[in-house]
Design a protein around this ligand. Structure first.
Ligand code: IMP
Ligand code: MG
Length: 188
C-alpha cells in the first residue's frame, strides 16, 4: 500500500491514501490551546488530585502534551473503547479496556482527541459513572458543535471546529496521519 505523506513546508497540502488535506492548525496554535486548557484545569483541579483517563488511540499526543503542562498532583491512565456492536448497542454501555484503577470517589477527567456526534463519549461517561466516582468531567482537544447530537455539557474544549474531517496530532484517516505534528483538514 502506498501512503504519500509530503512532509515539506507546513503550508503545503498532504496526501494520505486517497485524500488530500490542507493545513488547518499550526503547531503554535496547538501549543496555545494546550496552555489555555492547562490553566483552566489547574484552576479547577489543583487541590483535587484528579485522575485523567485518556481515550486511545487518538488522544495519545494530546494527553502527553497536556500532562507536561500540569504542575499539580494528578494521575493518568489510558483506555481503549470497545462497543458491543450488533449485540447491545442500544443501552450505550462501552467496554473500557485497560482500566485497572478503582474509580470510586475519584475526580475523573476524560481526555478525548475530538468529539463529533458525542455518542462515544456518552458511552464512556455512562460506564465510568457505574463505578461511582466523585465527579466526571470531559476535556476534549477538538469539538464539532454542528454534528454534536447530545445534550450534556462538554466541560473543557480546546477548539470548536466545523464539521469537516481533520487529521494529525493523534487524529487519523484510516490509521494514517496520527504522526503529523499539526492539524490538517480534508480538501473537499
Ligand atoms: P463521536 O462518537 O461521533 O463523537 O466520534 C468520536 C470519534 O470519531 C473520535 O474519537 C474520533 O476517533 C473519530 N472522529 C470524529 N471526527 C473525526 C475527524 O475529523 N478526524 C478523525 N477522527 C474523527
Ligand atoms: Mg478517538
Amino acid at each position: 500500500m502506498v501512503v504519500l505523506f509530503y512532509k515539506t513546508k507546513t503550508m503545503e497540502n498532504i496526501k494520505l491514501k486517497d485524500k488530500i488535506f490542507k493545513p488547518y492548525m499550526c503547531k503554535e496554535e496547538i501549543e496555545q490551546i494546550i496552555n489555555d486548557l492547562a490553566v483552566k484545569l489547574k484552576e479547577e483541579y489543583k487541590d483535587k488530585d484528579p485522575l485523567f483517563i485518556a481515550i486511545l488511540n487518538g488522544s495519545f499526543i494530546f494527553a502527553a502534551d497536556l500532562m507536561k503542562q500540569l504542575d499539580f498532583p494528578c494521575r493518568i491512565s489510558f483506555i481503549k473503547v470497545c462497543s458491543y456492536e450488533g449485540i447491545c448497542t442500544s443501552n450505550n454501555i462501552k467496554q473500557l479496556i485497560g482500566l485497572k484503577e478503582n474509580l470510586e470517589n475519584e475526580n475523573i477527567v476524560i481526555l478525548e482527541d475530538i468529539i463529533d456526534t458525542g455518542i462515544t463519549i456518552e458511552g464512556i461517561i455512562n460506564t465510568i459513572n457505574m463505578q461511582k466516582p466523585a465527579s466526571v468531567k470531559v476535556c476534549t482537544f477538538l469539538f464539532k458543535p454542528e454534528s454534536f447530537i447530545k445534550s450534556y455539557k462538554i466541560d473543557f474544549i480546546g477548539k470548536s471546529i466545523p464539521n469537516d474531517f481533520v487529521v494529525g496530532y493523534g487524529l487519523d484517516y484510516d490509521g494514517y496521519g496520527r504522526n503529523i505534528p499539526s492539524i490538517y483538514q480534508i480538501k473537499l
